[in-house]
Design a protein around this ligand. Structure first.
Ligand code: NZQ
Ligand code: ZN
Length: 384
C-alpha cells in the first residue's frame, strides 16, 4: 500500500426528510445563495422544501447552471454573489450544479481572473462556504473537493480541486432521485462504475481493504443499477445507489493505491467537442481503454474478472476478454451506447480529439503516466 493522507470533512445527512435539518448547518446570519440547474428542482418541489427549511434566512437564487457547467454562466452567479455580499452557497442538484458552485465559491474572493484557477492552476487561498442537496447520484461531487468546468468560448473542459472546496454538508435523500429520467439514472450508474475502475483497475498495490470496498461498490451497482430503472420508486434501491456513488469518489477507495483517470480525460474531450453526457463518454472509452492497456492492467483485470464477474479458470486472456465484454454489456443493458458510432460520431472526429488532448497537456496519463497520444488514438479507434 502507498503512503496517503486521508481527510474528508463533509458532513453527510442521509435519508428521507433530511432537508428539514439543513438550517442547523448554516450560520443563522448567513446570506445564502441557492444555486440550481434548469428547473427540475422547481418541478419536483425540492426547491420549495429547501426554502421552507431555511425560513428566516436571507435567501438569493441563481438558476440555470447547465449540465457540464460553463464559466460563462457561473461568472454571472459570481457577480450576483459579490453584489449581494453572499457568504454561504447552497447547491441543489446534480454534479453540474455542485461543481459549478465550487467554482463560484472559489471565484467570489479571487482577486484575479477566475478562469486562471483552471487554466493556470492559480492558487486559491479562500473560498465561500457551501453545502449541497444532491438530486442525482453519479459524480461524488457532494463529498469531494473537485470540480470540472467548461469554457464554451475556447472548448476547454478542465478539472480543479482544492482542500477548501469540500461541501460543509450534503443532504442525500434518496426520494429526491425518484424523478430522474432513465437516461440520468443510467448515467449515474456508469459514472460511479468508472470512478471505481479508475482507482481499482490499475496495478496491484496489496491494498486489500480498498480493493474489497471497490469490488463491493461495483457489485452493488451491477445489482441495483438495473433495478433503479425498473423500480424507480424503490427507496432501498435508490438509497444503495446513492451511497455507492458517493463512496465511489470521496477519496476513500483511491487512498493508498495508484489512480488512473485516463478514461475521464479522454471523455472530457468528447463532451466538449460533441456534447455527449459525461457518462456516455465513459461508456465509450472504458471498454476500449481496458482492451488497449490489458497488458499493463493484467493483474487487476484478472482479479476484476474473478471477483466482480465470477469468471474463474481456463485461459487467462479469454477471461480478460470476457470481463471487458461483460463491462460493455452492462453499460449497454442500461441503454448507454458504448461506441462512438452509437452517438453518430465517425472516425473523422479522432484527430480533433487528439489535438484537444495535446493542447490540454494530456500526453502522459494513467497510473504510470505512460499513456500517450498514440495510446489515446488507439483507444478512440477501437471505440469507433
Ligand atoms: O438542470 P436540471 O433541470 O436540474 O436537470 C438536471 C440535468 O438536466 C437533471 N436532474 C438532476 N437531478 C434531477 C434531474 N432531473 C429530474 N430529477 C432529478 N432529481 O439531470 C441532468 C444532468 O444533471 P448533471 O448535474 O449535469 O449530471 P451529473 O450529476 O451526471 O453531473 C455531470 C457533471 O459532473 C462532472 C461532469 O464532468 C459533468 O460536468 N463530474 C464531476 C466530478 C466531481 N466533481 O468529482 C467527477 C465526475 O467524473 C464528473 O467529471
Ligand atoms: Zn466521472
Amino acid at each position: 500500500m502507498q503512503n496517503f493522507t486521508f481527510h474528508n470533512p463533509t458532513r453527510i445527512l442521509f435519508g428521507a426528510g433530511r432537508i428539514a435539518d439543513i438550517a442547523r448547518q448554516i450560520p443563522a446570519t448567513a446570506r445564502v445563495l441557492i444555486t440550481y440547474g434548469g428547473g427540475s428542482i422547481v418541478k419536483s418541489g425540492t426547491l420549495a422544501e429547501v426554502k421552507s427549511a431555511l425560513a428566516g434566512f436571507t435567501l438569493f437564487e441563481f438558476a440555470g447552471i447547465e449540465a457540464n457547467p460553463t464559466y460563462e454562466t457561473l461568472m454571472r452567479a459570481v457577480e450576483l454573489a459579490r453584489r449581494e455580499n453572499v457568504d454561504f452557497l447552497l447547491a441543489v442538484g446534480g454534479g453540474s450544479v455542485i461543481d459549478g458552485t465550487k467554482f463560484i465559491a472559489a471565484a467570489i474572493p479571487f482577486a484575479g481572473e477566475p478562469w486562471d484557477i483552471l487554466a493556470k492552476r492559480a492558487k486559491i487561498s479562500s473560498a465561500v462556504a457551501f453545502g449541497s442537496v444532491l438530486t442525482l447520484p453519479a459524480t461524488g461531487s457532494e463529498m469531494n473537493n473537485g470540480a470540472v468546468i467548461t469554457r464554451r468560448a475556447t472548448n476547454d473542459k478542465l478539472a480543479f480541486s482544492n482542500g477548501l472546496l469540500y461541501p460543509r454538508f450534503s443532504v442525500l435523500d434518496p426520494t429526491k432521485t425518484f424523478t430522474l429520467p432513465a437516461r440520468q439514472v443510467a448515467n449515474g450508474v456508469v459514472d460511479a462504475f468508472v470512478h471505481i475502475t479508475e482507482q481499482y483497475l490499475t496495478y496491484p498495490a496489496d491494498a486489500k481493504v480498498q480493493d474489497r470496498i471497490a469490488e463491493g461498490l461495483l457489485l452493488t451497482l451491477i445489482e441495483e443499477g438495473p433495478r433503479a430503472l425498473s423500480e424507480p420508486e424503490n427507496y432501498d434501491v435508490r438509497a444503495n445507489l446513492m451511497w455507492t456513488a458517493t463512496l465511489a469518489l470521496n477519496g476513500l477507495i483511491g487512498a493508498g493505491v495508484p489512480n488512473d483517470w485516463a478514461t475521464h480525460m479522454l471523455g472530457h474531450e468528447i463532451t466538449v467537442l460533441h456534447g455527449l453526457d459525461h457518462a456516455q463518454t465513459l461508456a465509450v472509452v472504458l471498454p476500449a481503454m481496458l482492451q488497449v492497456r490489458r497488458a499493463e492492467k493484467r493483474g487487476k483485470l484478472l482479479q476484476y474478472a474473478e471477483r466482480v464477474w465470477g469468471l474463474q479458470g481456463g485461459d487467462e486472456e479469454a477471461r480478460i476478454d470476457a470481463a471487458i465484454a461483460r463491462t460493455r454489456e452492462f453499460f449497454e443493458s442500461l441503454q448507454v451506447p458504448t461506441r462512438l458510432s452509437g452517438y453518430g460520431i465517425s472516425t473523422d472526429a479522432i484527430p480533433a480529439l487528439i489535438a484537444q488532448l495535446e493542447r490540454h497537456g494530456m500526453t502522459a496519463l494513467g497510473e504510470r503516466q505512460d499513456f500517450d497520444l498514440d495510446g489515446a488514438r488507439r483507444v478512440f479507434e477501437l471505440a469507433a
